[in-house]
Design a protein around this ligand. Structure first.
Ligand code: K7E
Ligand code: CUA
Length: 656
């Protein structure tokens, strides 16, 4: 890493020497070169709101964090594939099923690519989807509650990386496999990879009203690595594009063996055509085993269902549905411009950026100009589909976004910069250094027909000296640039949670008015809800005890409980009776082997306590809710396993 970093810096300085007449980026060094009014541009005065939301993936934290732009302020970390002790996600009984998979309870994943739902090619701010790479899953976060409300496991997949990208009307969220594997999985020699391992590209339908996900079909592709993807839009709506590497189908030492071919491919999938084929009874149901986890807002509870089959499609059975576009060399990013005409392949090992033309692709298909095939999938001629080449724009291109004004912005990992270039003329018009080694970048709405091309956020892999040191692990970081003018201008560095792989953003106004303030108590259908203090109770069923408890400023009901025994399983079902914005209560009890609960107004949540010691044990509110928050407490008397202490509970009177 050190060497890469060093050479990156050498190249960076070299490149900086070539940049000229940009008064905001001179003097090469760290940050001393900012123009005087930069602070103003990111300053959001106390009490004011940011203009944009940015949802930044947490990479190996398995989370999604919510920021405001331009301030770079962090508002919330949404747990998705991870347990979160702050919010009890994955700890309370209601959300544990969200993390169920065919491999059991898997409370971690590696989340890379958030994408916001769209209507008519424009971001609609209803949901964010994000992928879990490691144990392949796609999650949906509801942007009225900012909570993860659905997770579907993806069978026949591994390293769910070319995910999760949505089509123009959120018809599908697409999940492509990074690793090809035996389909179905079986015990076989790894050396027999070639020709036997396959890559599944999954099209997950999204119910237009409720957002419910279901795997509509999987296209079973040759055993390449499917790295990234983007949907067609506008004229190319109905197609989906996937970058591939390892078209060599190597299974060992890929850093050498997967870099042999001069060109890999972008796979173009006509999903409309396959959808039609499938709707007419095409495809084959194959046995599978994958979890579908859904959180119900009325019961405040998730359920996990194991699904037992999946529809697979062999591309050879649907002529005209799948083509391969030769793309130099091991392309990573695969990005489609707002018009849907240009498909940019960022060849990691290529000196140039390759841009394909959708129109030319259709023409080549129409003229039946085929250069060959891979396992029956036609390969088009490179020259026939090429729109243009951006010559030597930088080193190590990874990802491209668009400003909606005819410009594209590409990140270069090795030369550590964002390069702005023009669609159509392919000329480089500006470049700005990143600190350091940038991966993805994000323009709000950049993956839609309508980007808001005011800012770009660069997400960096290495921070080094940009912040106060915090031991060997330093903060991850993003950088904000103003792109409203001819030249980009660096405005802000801000720390991020986990490795910020990618982000999705949109104007705050698309989300703000829909944001929920509380859950209505009358709509609460949780089986253990208690909507009235008078109805609170403690019920023993053998050694299982259910506590129906309520909270309201500033007490629990009941607050004294006796008759609990060592060895009991005590479920605290707690309903927050508040019907007021921003008044959650928290709760925990001494010795509980779980996190606190943080219960929103009108919500019911449950935790399990298994008392191991005789005594009188306190519990208390963990969220500072009122002037008498510190009085919000209670006691549970725990007797020995064979004691005969009667079960009693009370509030405001002494138990006798
Ligand atoms: Cu980090 Cu999108 Cu997983 Cu490129 S990916 S950098
Ligand atoms: Cu309730 Cu603090």
């Amino acid at each position: 890493m050190k060497n890469i970093f060093k050479s990156a810096m050498v190249i960076l300085s070299a490149l900086l020497a070539f940049t000229s007449c940009n008064n905001s980026s001179k003097s090469g060094g760290k940050s001393g070169a900012l123009a005087g009014n930069v602070a103003e541009k990111v300053y959001v005065a106390p009490g004011e709101h940011d203009e944009f939301y940015a949802f930044i993936s947490g990479g190996f934290s398995g989370q999604l964090s919510v920021y405001g732009l331009p301030s770079g302020r962090l508002f919330k970390v949404i747990p998705v594939f991870s347990q979160d002790a702050e919010k009890a996600y994955g700890y309370n009984e209601e959300t544990k099923p969200m993390l169920n998979t065919s491999h059991g309870f898997v409370p971690w994943d590696d989340s890379h690519h958030p994408d916001i739902s769209q209507t008519n090619g424009v971001i609609d701010g209803r949901w964010v989807f994000i992928n879990g790479n490691n144990t392949p899953r796609i999650a949906k976060i509801d942007l009225s509650t900012f909570e993860t409300t659905e997770i579907i496991e993806v069978p026949n997949s591994a390293g769910n990386h070319s995910s999760s990208f949505v089509t123009e009307n959120t018809e599908y969220v697409v999940a492509g496999t990074r690793f090809s594997i035996p389909i179905p999985q079986k015990d076989m020699p790894i050396k027999d990879y070639k020709g036997n391992f396959k890559g599944a590209l999954s099209f997950i339908s999204v119910d237009p009203e409720h957002g419910h996900m279901d795997i509509k079909f999987q296209v079973i592709m040759p055993g390449f690595d499917y790295d990234l993807a983007h949907p067609g839009r506008g004229a190319s709506h109905g197609w989906f594009f996937f970058s591939t590497y390892n078209s060599e189908e190597a299974s060992t030492l890929l850093e050498v063996n997967a870099s042999q071919n001069d060109k890999d491919f972008i796979a173009a999938i006509n999903w409309k055509k396959i959808e039609e084929y499938v709707n007419n009874g095409g495809g084959k149901m194959m046995p599978a085993n994958y979890a579908h986890n859904v959180y119900d807002e009325d019961t405040h509870t998730a359920t996990s269902t194991m699904k037992k089959e999946v529809l697979v499609v062999n591309p050879s059975d649907v002529p005209g549905a799948v083509y391969l576009l030769p793309t130099p060399k091991s392309p990573h990013g695969c990005d489609v411009d707002p018009s849907g005409e240009y498909i940019v392949g960022n060849g990691k090992l290529s000196a140039n950026l390759t841009v394909h033309s959708f129109t030319k692709m259709l023409k080549a298909i129409e003229d039946n100009k085929v250069a060959g095939d891979a396992y029956g999938i036609p390969i088009l001629n490179f020259e026939d589909v090429l729109a243009g080449v951006v010559e030597q724009p930088g080193l190590g291109p990874l990802h491209t976004e668009f400003d909606g004004k005819g410009n594209a912005y590409t990140t270069f990992f090795i030369s550590s910069e964002v390069v702005k270039w023009k669609l159509g003329t392919w000329e480089v018009v500006d470049r700005q250094p990143c600190y350091y080694s940038v991966g993805h970048l994000m323009i709000p709405g950049g993956n839609s027909q309508k980007p808001w091309g005011k800012y770009v956020v660069a997400m960096n892999k290495i921070t080094k000296d940009r912040y106060l040191p915090t031991g060997p692990e330093v903060t991850q970081s993003a950088q904000l640039y103003d792109i409203s003018g001819e030249k980009m201008e660096l405005l802000l560095d801000f720390p991020t949670v986990g490795e910020p792989h990618y982000a999705a953003g949109c104007p705050a106004d698309l989300i703000k008015p829909r944001s929920k303030k509380l859950f209505k108590l009358e709509d609460n259908k949780h089986p253990y809800a208690c909507k009235n203090e008078a109805d609170t109770k403690v019920v023993r069923e053998g050694d299982v005890v259910h506590v129906y408890m309520t909270t309201i400023r500033s007490h629990f009901s009941p607050d004294n409980i006796e008759g609990i025994k060592v060895g009991d399983k005590v479920y605290f079902h707690i309903t927050n009776l508040e019907q007021d914005y921003d008044v959650p209560h928290g709760v925990s009890i001494i010795g509980a082997n779980t996190s606190e609960l943080l219960i929103m107004p009108g919500q019911t949540e449950t935790f399990l306590w298994e008392p191991k010691q005789v005594g009188v044990w306190p519990f208390y509110c963990t969220d500072f809710c009122s002037a008498l928050h510190q009085e919000m407490q209670g006691y549970v008397r725990v007797s020995s396993a064979n004691a005969s202490t009667p079960l009693k509970w009370s509030l405001g009177e002494d138990i006798e």
